[in-house]
Design a protein around this ligand. Structure first.
Ligand code: 5GP
Ligand code: MN
Length: 316
């Protein structure tokens, strides 16, 4: 299947690449890697997302190439990356029905909504699957493309820390370094270029830290009021949920983020064997075993109660 996709990249001449809303480093990195390969091959290629990517990624040379989802580009091939569900990348059935629709993902809950589906739950990042496709087709991988793939792998493995990190992950990262990637250039832009107001917000968020279920569940939240007070937005909360999980004895960390009045985006992270994607599906969401998300439409106190009771099994 990867060879077939590589052939399509070589043979077709117009492409649209999309990824999930609120795109993370994997969604952006794997989209832009495909974008830059196709651009360098002289193809007509566009990249779209339902959300404007966070400022964290504005150092990337093709940041401004990412357009809002329009369902209007007249292309032959549409490629969705890192999107567990079709609606998460903003594509409409009407739009894709007369196009070749390729779905490349590593979420085990992906139902395979494309005409061609490459879904590899064991891949540490979609960037690893894109790497395989490019190698399979002997496609040229420039330094810029390599940087996008490295971004995807670095961020989705939590800087090569998560259990999804395998010998293959390191092998690909090693190849990317040989192609010119400078690890510090990427990591310093992602992890050491924070805006001061983000830490003002973080300080308010950490103040909400509460432990439940014998210290196994840690919960923090961020409200519209906190955003207002610190002149920040959802973009400034990337990684906050990790503080909740990082506490000794905690098995699950949760961040509730008030995106609209009484509408909370939930981010859930776990350690070890606890599969939080199963809890996320109870909240209009999904994801991976150790990282998942969803939505709750309730006032804060009730939202917290719902989450805490959904994790009552931690006491068993
Ligand atoms: P985050 O908490 O960083 O938004 O998301 C963590 C993981 O859960 C990601 O792999 C993301 O794709 C998945 N995820 C987050 N929100 C949702 C959602 O609403 N639906 C689904 N299916 N997956 C989600
Ligand atoms: Mn991913």
């Amino acid at each position: 299947m990867k060879r077939k996709v590589a052939q399509i990249l070589k043979n077709e001449d117009s492409f649209l690449i999309v990824s999930h809303k609120n795109p993370d480093g994997d969604a952006i990195g794997s989209s832009l890697a495909l974008y830059s390969v196709l651009k360098e091959l002289g193809k007509e290629v566009y990249v779209e997302n339902p959300t404007k990517p966070a400022y964290t990624y504005d150092f990337l040379p093709d940041y401004d190439a990412i357009e809002p989802v329009g369902n209007s580009k007249d292309v032959k091939v549409v490629i969705a990356v890192d999107s567990a569900e079709m609606h998460r990348c903003g594509l409409k059935n009407e739009y894709v029905k007369d196009k070749l629709f390729i779905n490349i993902d590593h979420h085990k809950t992906n139902p395979g909504f494309g005409d061609i589906n490459i879904i590899e739950p064991d891949a540490a990042a979609v960037g690893c699957i894109v790497w395989d496709i490019l190698k399979e087709g002997n496609l040229p991988i420039s330094k810029r493309t390599a940087e996008y793939l490295y971004l995807s792998i670095l961020t989705d493995t939590g800087s090569f820390r998560y259990s999804s990190t395998s010998p293959k992950t390191f092998a690909i990262a090693g190849e990317l370094l040989k192609l010119g990637v400078e690890p510090w250039y990427i990591s310093s832009n992602i992890y050491e270029s924070e805006k001061p107001e983000t830490y003002k917000l973080l300080s308010l968020v950490l103040d909400t830290l509460t432990l439940y279920h014998d210290g196994k569940l840690a919960l923090v939240y961020v409200t519209q009021e906190m955003f207002k007070k610190t002149n920040t937005s959802a973009d400034n909360t990337e990684g906050f949920v990790n503080y909740a999980r990082s506490i000794r004895g905690v098995e699950v960390g949760v961040l509730l983020r008030e995106d609209e009045s009484n509408v909370f985006k939930i981010s859930i992270r776990s350690k070890g064997n606890i599969d939080v994607s199963e809890v996320a599906v109870q909240f209009e969401g999904g994801g991976h075993k150790n990282a998942a998300g969803g939505t709750i439409r309730l006032p804060l106190n009730e939202a917290i109660e719902r989450i805490v009771s959904a994790f009552a099994f931690l006491n068993e």
